[in-house]
Design a protein around this ligand. Structure first.
Ligand code: SF4
Length: 414
């Protein structure tokens, strides 16, 4: 039987600096919402943020708030408020918990950043590259605030990304400029846009390097650390603060690699996490795996904010490429090739697929991928059932039993 060890959590020193820049960001949004001195755009997490920043908006990301509701384990109490309005318990639990949060006035922003409420939007901008739920989610708020709703309609299940895809999506992004000029009162400035795209690209390159430190043995960072430290890549990409932050974090992790410091002491097994985090169980899962001397060290999820295709010399088209070549947008065969690359790069012993009840878009176990990949690569996998935010879908006992049995299987196969 796989035995659990007592856990010593290793803090990442840069966390404090991340807290500072994230607080600064939310307080600036709060201030702007109160004074009206800057316009605020709500944006989906893989939406056209660079354009919004270049147009002078402060950008707020509701999915980040959704993840905070999950981590703070507030979501289960809030979801029924959205269900009562006709938003099904089976759809995205970021959406339902976020709307529930708005209806009740309960938000983790108070405790985390001293901010009482989410900032009122002047415009809401989505990209359907990840799912349709984001459009419905933003649509609810657009009606609530009587604010304009704009968007990019990216098709999904894309195989090869063609020039036709890039042409039509970049034209959709460009078409946002005119309405955004009217809402912001600012003229579009190509030089400013290029600068933001360049900063976003630099942030992505650094974030990629941070994640790839986990290719070392032992890995200096876990997937669970990554879900926390990806904050600036999501909400501050396109800014100097994010670039500076990832330089700091990368330096610390490179020092760990140099000194052989493991994120999980006695690392015996190296796992890949496919799917959404289970936000309300991050700590519990991190301790469970560490207790089994197993490091979950890489994931599709954290990799999803790497946009190294961005090119300041061709900002519209490169944005279209960066936001369309994403894993979540792609067909099954492209996803499998990507996973094979990750298995090699990170020297993966096993894969955990999280089948998230309310997010089919990020649950890649449902059409035979685990079986096909195992056949091709010989790397075994385990599917765990759960959800990103709705902890009523999570069975802790069953998850623990299944993970322990999986680690035993890995031991036996050695
Ligand atoms: S991808 Fe999934 S978790 Fe993200 S907004 Fe869409 S349904 Fe929700």
């Amino acid at each position: 039987m796989a035995e659990e060890k007592k856990i010593v959590r290793k803090n990442i020193m840069a966390t404090r600096e991340m807290g500072r820049i994230m607080t600064e960001c939310f307080q600036e949004l709060d201030q702007a919402a109160k004074t009206g001195d800057k316009k605020i755009a709500w944006c989906t997490s893989v939406g056209p943020a660079e354009l919004l920043l270049a147009m002078g908006f402060l950008v707020y990301y509701p999915e980040n708030h959704g993840a905070m509701l999950g981590s703070a384990r507030m979501a289960a109490d809030l979801i029924p408020h959205a269900n009562a309005l006709g938003y099904s318990p089976d759809i995205c639990s970021y959406l339902t918990s976020d709307i529930g949060s708005f209806l009740t006035g309960e938000t983790p922003l108070k405790k985390a950043f001293g901010v009482e409420t989410v900032p009122k939007p002047d415009v809401l901008v989505f990209n359907t590259n990840q799912c349709r739920d984001v459009k419905d989610w933003f649509g609810w708020y657009a009606r609530k605030f009587n604010a304009p709703l704009l968007g990019v309609h990216t098709p999904r299940e894309i195989g090869e990304v063609t020039d036709d895809h890039l042409h039509s999506i970049s034209k959709e992004i460009e078409a946002l400029v005119e309405p955004l000029e009217k809402i912001s009162g600012n003229k579009f400035d190509m030089d400013k846009f290029k600068k933001v795209v360049a900063l976003s690209r630099e942030c992505s390159e650094l974030w990629k390097k941070v994640l790839e430190t986990a290719a070392s043995t032992p890995a200096p960072i876990t997937f669970f650390d990554g879900t926390i430290h990806m904050g600036p890549a999501v909400v501050l990409r396109g800014t100097q603060q994010a670039v500076d932050y990832y330089k700091l974090l990368l330096k610390e992790l490179e020092e760990r690699v140099e000194n052989g410091v493991a994120a999980v002491d006695g690392e015996r097994f190296r796992l890949y996490w496919e799917g959404m985090p289970i936000w309300g169980r991050l700590r519990a899962h991190s301790e469970l795996f560490a207790g089994l001397e197993t490091c979950v060290l890489a994931s599709t999820y954290c990799n999803s904010w790497i946009f190294t295709q961005l090119d300041p010399e061709d900002p519209f088209k490169s944005m279209a490429r960066a936001y369309t070549e994403l894993f979540i947008v792609r067909s099954e065969d492209i996803k499998e090739k990507y996973m094979e690359k990750m298995i090699d790069l990170f020297k993966i012993d096993g894969i955990i697929y999280h089948d998230a009840k309310t997010c089919p878009n990020n649950s890649n176990n449902r059409y035979g991928m685990p079986q096909r990949l195992e056949e091709k690569t010989g790397v075994p996998s385990l599917v765990i059932n759960g959800d990103l935010n709705d902890m009523r879908c999570v069975s802790d006992e069953q998850t623990k039993t299944n993970i322990e049995a999986f680690i035993e299987q890995l031991e036996e196969n050695r």
